[in-house]
Unconditional design. Sequence first.
Length: 142
Amino acid sequence: MKKILITAIALLTTLTCSMADIQAPPGSTYTSTRKLGRAISNILYGVTEIPEQIVRKNKQYGSKAGWTYGAVDGTRRAFSRIGYGFYELFTFRCPTYHGTFKPPYEKCGTDANIHMNVHDGLSEFPPQLGAESYYHSRSQQY
């Protein structure tokens, strides 16, 4: 009886482990089509960095800094985005960044790379202009 119980537990464990869900590796969401989409969006919408940075610097430092520092920083970031867009457009079929299709820009200091932090406002794709609402409210119609 003891052998049957041990065999049943071993069989059940083997079946449970073999049916486990194996998760995809972290880089599997970055494909060549995503790289192509990122390239096209950076080329077409990279210039949206200029008004985006004007608004961000205006909120952070005031209106004079927004129109001077924000415009200069936005122009720098727009050229960086457009440059990376053309780079990724010509190399979208090749895994160029550490053998993956991930974006080639990282967190950086003062060089021409694109900043990837929450406070500065850039991510993988260009910013969207217009009013952004994260909260939904219910409205009642009579």
